[in-house]
Design a protein around this ligand. Structure first.
Ligand SMILES: [Zn+2]
Length: 55
């Protein structure tokens, strides 16, 4: 138990504005990650107040 808990990096999601923490699946693309989730990624560029618009 002598191992230090290194704090994981965080970013702010550009869509929902919430902080999210580094994940293993992002280890190779962390520099390009801008969204906390796939949901936010699909919401980018869309109007936040406009739901169910579809394509
Ligand atoms: Zn988000």
């Amino acid at each position: 138990m002598a191992k230090k808990h290194s704090k994981l990096p965080e970013k702010i999601c550009v869509v929902c504005g919430r902080p999210f923490t580094w994940r293993e699946k992002w280890e190779k693309v962390w520099g390009e990650v801008k969204y906390c989730s796939d949901r936010c990624r699909s919401n980018r560029g869309g109007k936040a107040a406009d739901k169910g618009g579809g394509s």
